[in-house]
Design a binder for this molecule. Sequence first.
Ligand code: NDP
Length: 277
Amino acid sequence: MTDRYAVIGNPIEQSKSPLIHTAFAQVTGQDIAYTKVLGPLGGFATAVDAFRADGGKGMNVTAPFKLDAFAYATDLAPSAQMAGAVNAMKFEGDRVYAENFDGVGLVRDVVHNLACPIAGKRVLVLGAGVATRGALLPMLAQSSAELVIVHRTVAKAEELAALGRQHQSGQVLVQGLGYDQLQGRQFDVVFNATSASLTAELPPLTASVFAKDALAYELAYGKGLTPFLKLAQQAGVTRLADGVGMLAEQAAEAFLWWRGVRPETQGVIRQLTVPLV
Ligand code: NDP
């Protein structure tokens, strides 16, 4: 019997998840069907109920439903609790198990695929939204020297930094700052976890934050050279990456969780990569 999975979002046409999971199923020999569900705005629970009633085994969740999925779940993993949002669900009887694999996917892409260890590095994260929240614990687990979260509303950055300090077991210096407080600071890894690139905008960042040999990582994917990556390039940064690897890695984590086997990701990363030009 073919097991059914889907991604739910609105809009959903753009989602690469069916392509990714279908490729994973092929390479691992798993018998699954993976489709897209257009969730009506305000109708998330009804759409998921219908998918479950039809025998669906699990779902990925994308915008704007990650918070609805958080409310819908019966069993939240620590990753989902920390992020305050859910990007993968598994259905077993009346239980809805929920995870957030975005953060672990991001870290795995950087450390494993890009071979850029975070341990001992100075790390800057732009933005304090859902993606940053989800990345907080997996990043702290890497024992960077410092982790600075910067946001256009300082209080939001400080709030997330306090959460990080509260949950970390290591010695990472965690700070929440405003963009104007970055004067004179330099970082080895800079993540753009704002949604600015989706509208071709640039966060109010100065090019001086990039250390020599820094990695500039844009979480958005498929956008080519975004204003953030362009700024990094103009500052002399040669290590540029976008979120295509993060996308593939979070999908691989969900696949492992659902099916008990971790697919290799290089094939889909190659297929989905848009050149950074
Ligand atoms: P959220 O909407 O939760 O957060 C967006 C953040 O960006 C907020 O902190 C917001 O600030 C800030 N922001 C938006 N525009 C600007 C701007 N012009 N200047 C400065 N800050 C700005 O989004 P997510 O956290 O879910 O997503 C963030 C990014 O990560 C997106 O690009 C998304 O595509 C990407 N992403 C990639 C994934 C992948 O698999 N590669 C997975 C998940 C996300 P404010 O609060 O003030 O509005």
